[in-house]
Design a binder for this molecule. Sequence first.
Ligand SMILES: [Zn+2]
Length: 136
Amino acid sequence: MSVPTSLAVKVRQRAKYRCEFCQMSQSLQGASFHIEHILPKVHGGKTILGNLALACPGCNLHKSDRISAKDTSNGEIVPLFHPRKDVWADHFKWFGVRLEGRSAKGRATLTLLRLNHPRRLLIRKAEQRFGLFPPD
Ligand SMILES: [Zn+2]
């Protein structure tokens, strides 16, 4: 997945160095966050700012080439959260260090990307100590 450096820099700055799905900060993480194709290249997604997002390794690997997932409330297949077209707060809400889906899209994305995995909760608690959580 080759993204030109100049484009990658713009994506990281625009995201304020946070995963655009789970909001994790890059600053405490050893691994560099990934430049994610929201519409994957296999589905015709282009390497342009409007189709790129910053994603932590966990979110990027769980999303992979998917563009939809099951809404856990009714089993309906719905599109995943789209960081360029959707407003994060319309689809997700914090309850302490846990996330809840506010929409079908939010619930489906939360489940597919495992946004409340125990390791993620621990990271949010650590971020809290450094003043990095909750995100602005
Ligand atoms: Zn993430």
